[in-house]
Design a protein around this ligand. Structure first.
Ligand code: ZN
Length: 429
């Protein structure tokens, strides 16, 4: 993936005026997103923070009040939204800032939180969104993964997994962009909220693309999915496999001639099936695991990690016992140092580590056999082994990035340990 997509710059401290207007916040959001912030975080009773290159820093000189956040949300959306959030209903909504003639889009999430002196605090997290997803080729994916994601066999489920802020939605939207260009197909999405406006695909390709956002166009995922199925699209994108109804409908759709793309909040490929089944009552789990395994085509897990500043990184010591234990080739590995280019942090930008498994008839029959004999626990173990032998694990991706001097020994070692833990839990240690 092109590195500068995730590169961020240091944000100068904002001197807040006594009255914090929408313009003040718009300016803060616009500057922070220009500096490459991946999140701007407002929380009443404390200074505003921004996440740049994965690290959080304060970006205002003084704290912000709940009234400031509430007033902003009231003006950006409605006062009813403020009331609803205060009553305990976290909400997200799309937002746009127009600065220097350019539109910058954000995904805003707002919720009530505790505060130092009162229990009536509020937080607002603003995530900048590009107007178009990057082209799939720009993401430099392994060839087999690229082909699996853009499969012309429009049946089954493709899951993009990862933690919040791992770039799942971007990878998913880039994939849909490519699918729309490759084939003349009907794509329907249900998102919460719509992250990229894909309408341009209707003008630039033969494909028909329709997007619907939760709360703006629909009330629930499952209701939206039912409605969408009546339109008989070739490809369906469901923002998240969130509840049992959505999962059931998604699986059913994938078995009746639709290709379903979705995301899941999970930290590795192996845990995917277990993570989905755990939503269901004990008695339903086996049945859902069976249809899921039958439907899965590809599972991707993505994590963004800080990249070493290429201007100052220095070679690692080749006699480091801890690093030698990992078996990595240390000849090209480097560690952070700090210079003017990276504001002495040693890091600049982020790089994705991608773990994935492309399912084949063979893997599916192996998994089904394991499911029958050992249950879902056995599936997690086998998925880990299959990813190691037939796909790519996060450790493999991290090892490559570490050996190429892109990521620090700390980041690499943390992923090495995480993998060791999975293996110990699975009894392979
Ligand atoms: Zn540097």
């Amino acid at each position: 993936m092109s590195k500068d997509r995730f590169a961020g710059k240091h944000i100068e401290l904002f001197q807040l005026p006594s009255l914090i207007t929408v313009d003040v916040i718009d300016n803060m959001l616009s500057v922070a997103s220009e500096c490459g912030a991946s999140d701007v975080m407002f929380r009443s009773g404390t200074e505003v923070r921004a996440r740049v290159n994965g690290a959080i820093t304060k970006i205002t000189d003084v704290s912000i009040d709940k009234e400031d956040i509430a007033r902003f949300i009231g003006e950006a959306e409605t006062n009813q939204l403020v009331t609803s959030v205060t009553a305990g209903h976290p909400r997200s909504f799309p937002y746009r800032v127009i600065s220097k003639g350019k539109i910058q889009r954000f995904r805003m999430s707002v919720a009530a939180v505790n505060e130092e002196r009162t229990e009536q605090g509020m937080r607002l997290v603003c995530r900048p969104i590009s107007s178009r997803p990057p082209r799939l080729q720009e993401l430099c994916l392994p060839k087999d993964l690229y082909e699996a994601l853009t499969t012309k066999n429009n049946k089954g489920i493709i899951l993009i997994t990862g933690e919040t802020g791992s770039g799942k939605s971007t990878l998913l939207s880039s994939t849909l962009d490519q699918k729309a260009r490759d084939e003349g197909i009907h794509i329907g999405t249900i998102e919460d909220p719509i992250e990229y406006n894909l309408f341009y695909l209707n003008n630039e390709t033969d494909s028909l693309v329709g997007q619907a956002g939760l709360n703006s166009h629909l009330h629930t995922y499952s209701e939206g999915l039912k409605g969408l199925l009546r339109d008989n699209p070739d490809v369906i994108m469901v923002g998240e496999m969130r509840d049992t109804d959505t999962i059931k409908l998604g699986v059913e759709a994938s078995r009746t001639g639709h290709l379903v793309y979705s995301t899941l909040h999970v930290t590795n490929v192996a845990a995917t099936v277990d993570r989905i089944c755990v939503n269901f009552a004990e008695g339903e789990r086996l049945a859902i695991a069976l249809s899921l395994i039958d439907s899965l085509r590809t599972v991707v897990n993505q994590q963004l990690v800080p990249t070493l500043c290429q201007s100052c990184a220095t070679p690692v010591r080749s006699d480091d016992e801890m690093l030698k234990e990992t078996g990595a080739d240390l000849s090209g590995a480097r560690q952070p140092c700090g210079c003017d280019v990276c504001a002495n942090t040693g890091y600049s930008g982020r790089v994705p580590l991608i773990e994935y498994l492309v399912f084949t008839n063979h893997t599916r029959s192996l998994l089904l056999r394991t499911l029958i004999s050992e249950g879902i626990q056995g599936i997690t173990m086998q998925l880990h082994e299959l990813t190691e032998n037939h796909g790519a694990t996060k450790l493999m991706a991290a090892t490559n990035a570490f050996e190429a001097g892109l990521i620090s020994p700390e980041v690499f070692y943390a992923i090495y340990l995480e993998n060791r833990t999975i293996e110990l839990v699975n009894g392979n240690g």
